[in-house]
Design a protein around this ligand. Structure first.
Ligand SMILES: [Zn+2]
Length: 314
């Protein structure tokens, strides 16, 4: 319990330091290595320590058009607690990428490694389209837990090519989702957040057992309580919900990760902006992301700190 408190305090302290003006590192700058443990410092051990502590970059895979999907690690490679922030899945929703850039300016506490992926849909990002280059909605292309049949509810995915939520010929049919799945399978993520816009909501993985449902409720409340500007509502229902091939459902049920989808940029703010200059793109993305990043980072940090505390109790 004491260890859990220490970890939580460390996470909170790191977040506070990062949020103070002028103390965060540059958005893409490296994390400063912390002093290595005492002991003989041969050139080899120094090199090893540096490799373990420096930011790492791995190629997760390639898109349909061959663009790289890249993940970056902050914190030590041997840190036992592993987190993931995925900035963009829908190419028409780039706002989460700015959040990832801000997260990369934070120093994770000891024992924690944070992986970030700016976009897993670089083709969609280049084209400004929701789907990948083959017209597949990547957030309907993950395996449905337990092999659940496709839902018929609106927006839960379509079997018709050309539809905005086309789920593709079969789960993981796309190189982008297949690559991310390999990446998820290779690491033991404690918690993850995948970012979208716009709804101003936090959507936890769909779970039907009461303890997990209650835990997600708590995690989402923790997220919202830390937000200074606009608190995001939780969007979940234990009974009236469906598996739709979304990333958070797959990551929770296949890999035991606390996983949420965060829809940044609340509807009301989006509506106001849309009234000033109607455009589909600006309906989804704030013209000035800064105040919204300042609203999202504390929520994410609090959510992760609470999830880390849960992990420490296991
Ligand atoms: Zn989206």
């Amino acid at each position: 319990m004491l260890r859990a408190r220490l970890l939580l305090a460390a996470a909170a302290a790191a977040v506070l330091v990062a949020l103070l003006p002028g103390t965060a590192q540059g958005a893409t700058g490296p994390v400063t290595p912390t002093p290595a443990a005492p002991g003989p410092r041969t050139p080899d051990s120094v090199a090893r320590a540096w490799r373990a502590e420096a930011p790492a970059t791995v190629v997760v895979g390639r898109s349909v058009r061959g663009r790289l999907i890249v993940a970056t690690r902050q914190g030590r490679a041997d840190a036992p607690y592993v987190l993931l922030v995925l900035g963009q899945m829908h190419g028409s929703e780039p706002r989460g990428r700015a959040v990832v850039a801000a997260v990369r300016g934070l120093a994770p506490p000891a024992q924690v490694q944070v992986w970030t992926i700016s976009t897993m849909n670089p083709d969609g990002a280049a084209a400004g389209s929701r789907t990948n280059a083959r017209g597949v909605d990547l957030n309907r292309n993950f395996p449905r837990p337990g092999g659940a049949p496709p839902s018929r509810l609106p927006f839960t995915g379509s079997g018709t090519p050309g539809a905005a939520t086309y789920r593709g010929p079969h789960p993981l049919s796309e190189p982008e989702t297949a690559a991310l799945d390999r990446f998820l399978a290779a690491r033991r993520f404690v918690a993850s957040a995948n970012l979208h816009s716009f709804m101003g909501t936090v959507i936890p993985a769909r779970v039907t057992d009461r303890p997990s449902y209650a835990t997600y409720k708590r995690l989402c409340r923790t997220f919202a309580a830390a937000q200074p500007r606009r608190r995001y509502r939780r969007l979940a229902n234990r009974l009236f919900d469906a598996f739709t091939g979304e990333q958070e459902d797959h990551q929770h049920h296949a890999y035991g990760t606390w996983a949420v989808c965060v829809e940044v940029f609340p509807v009301l703010a989006s509506f106001r902006q849309h009234l000033c200059a109607p455009s589909v793109f600006w309906r989804f993305n704030p013209r000035d992301p800064t105040p919204w990043i300042d609203n999202d980072l504390p929520g994410l940090a609090a959510y992760f700190a609470a999830a880390l505390e849960l992990a420490d109790r296991r």
